[in-house]
Ligand binder design. Structure first.
Ligand SMILES: Cc1cc2nc3c(=O)[nH]c(=O)nc-3n(C[C@H](O)[C@H](O)[C@H](O)COP(=O)(O)OP(=O)(O)OC[C@H]3O[C@@H](n4cnc5c(N)ncnc54)[C@H](O)[C@@H]3O)c2cc1C
Length: 382
């Protein structure tokens, strides 16, 4: 089992870091303040091949692997959590299931333009009554026997990229008697009659990333927009979420690294009692703990991404990476604020934004309580 990064991964890290520092970092504060989706930066991620990193070139991708994607997510999150979650939703939540479960025609039509950043994608699983219990979906898809079309009725909430998406992969019940074996996945295009985005949420952090309600009322989609096989949607989204968990763990590592870098620089500049605060052992210990925790989380993320890249099972490893990295980011960003003292609590210093942004990581793509359940089930062999 190899989960080391290679020369190509290092090259991707350098390229994405340069882009993130030059083009995203100078705008990160403005994105947070205005809460507006920076479409131009999204398109730039497409042009640079970042969105399509793990997909073959024939589908508009860059021909890399999942490790390349987590490296890119980490580097982008290091300067902007909002851009990182936008990339996560586009690549690992929307493009990934279309690539894994889509037919050749679906890949050409719905993956290629999204992998190159020309079209925006979203993944709609969560509903008002179906969050952690995503199998309890109430959205219903019924086949019209006369035309073969699917008629969808229901609602999704908290969907990243939702109201700006050109295409959304959603789950819906196709056989209500069959429990989780009666759920299917569909691709719905923006503009389809009966499909309307609702409000965009006002969030604690990750501002500029769009989080929306979606409504479906007698929304008719063609038979060929069923993604994969009928009634296999539950299995599909569990697979999608495994990869998504590694992605959100990478985002947590990036946010923590960004906060650590700021704290390290600040500790060496800020003078109290006639010397830089980095000379105090209390500060040194915090820095040492932060650096260690970030490294440990990155190793877990790399292990899970490496398994994914080699098509091996990684459910447990993805959940462990997500659980550890997202609790690590809470602790590291907390300490980064502590090291900044009062300046850490005000908006001028970026650690305040990073602390707010990282908070979602322990909730999205399965809360950390759910990650503990997943890990325990794997350990107990259930
Ligand atoms: C900013 C943002 C972006 C998001 N993006 C997307 C997206 O793109 N697509 C999408 O489909 N969803 C998205 N979500 C939804 C997200 O995945 C859910 O919020 C998350 O899965 C939790 O569901 P819930 O909010 O309904 O919480 P609930 O499931 O109601 O959980 C509430 C509490 O109960 C706990 N709990 C629930 N069940 C158990 C259990 N069995 N054992 C122990 N504790 C339990 C939870 O851990 C939590 O602490 C997003 C959410 C946010 C906030």
């Amino acid at each position: 089992m190899n989960w080391q990064t290679n020369e190509e991964h290092q090259m991707i890290r350098r390229m994405v870091r340069e882009f993130a520092e030059k083009e995203i970092a100078p705008r990160a504060e403005e994105i947070d303040a205005t809460d507006e989706f920076p479409e131009d930066l999204f398109r730039r991620m497409g042009e640079l091949g970042i969105i399509g990193l793990p997909f073959p070139e024939k589908y508009g991708g860059s021909g890399g692997d999942y490790m390349s994607l987590v490296i890119a997510l980490e580097e982008i999150a290091r300067v902007s959590g909002s851009m990182a979650i936008t990339l996560d939703a586009q690549t690992s939540l929307y493009c990934e299931p279309v690539y894994l479960f889509g037919s050749e025609t679906q890949r050409e039509k719905y993956l290629t333009p999204a992998a190159s950043g020309d079209k925006i994608g979203a993944f709609g699983l969560t509903e008002p009554q179906a969050g952690s219990d995503a199998g309890a979906t109430r959205t219903r898809a019924v086949r019209d026997e006369a035309t073969g079309e699917w008629v969808i009725n229901g609602q999704k909430i908290f969907i990243t990229n939702g109201s700006i998406a050109d295409y959304v992969v959603i789950t819906a019940k196709t056989d209500p008697e069959a429990g989780t074996r009666g759920i299917s996945a569909f691709i719905v295009e923006r503009g389809t009659p009966g499909f309307e985005p609702g409000r965009d949420e006002k969030k604690m952090g990750l501002k500029g990333s769009v989080t929306s309600e979606l409504f479906f009322e007698d929304c008719r989609i063609p038979a060929e927009n069923l993604l994969g096989k009928e009634n296999e949607g539950f299995k599909q989204f569990l697979t999608t979420l495994d990869a998504g968990r590694v992605a959100i763990a990478a985002m947590a590592v990036g946010l923590a690294q960004g906060a650590f870098d700021k704290a390290l620089a600040y500790a060496q500049e800020r003078q109290q009692f006639g010397q830089p605060i980095a000379k105090f052992q209390a500060i040194q210990w915090m820095l040492a703990e932060m650096a260690t925790e970030i490294d440990a989380a990155r190793l877990l993320v790399n292990r899970a991404a490496g398994l994914r890249a080699q098509d091996e099972r990684f459910t447990k490893e993805a959940a462990m990476a997500k659980l550890f990295a997202t609790e690590m980011s809470e602790s590291v960003c907390y300490k980064a604020i502590q090291i900044h003292g009062g300046y850490g609590y005000v908006r001028e210093y970026e650690v305040e934004r990073m602390y707010r942004d990282q908070r979602l990581c322990a909730i999205g793509e399965g809360t950390n309580q759910i990650q503990r359940l997943v890990i325990a089930r794997q350990i107990l062999g259930r």
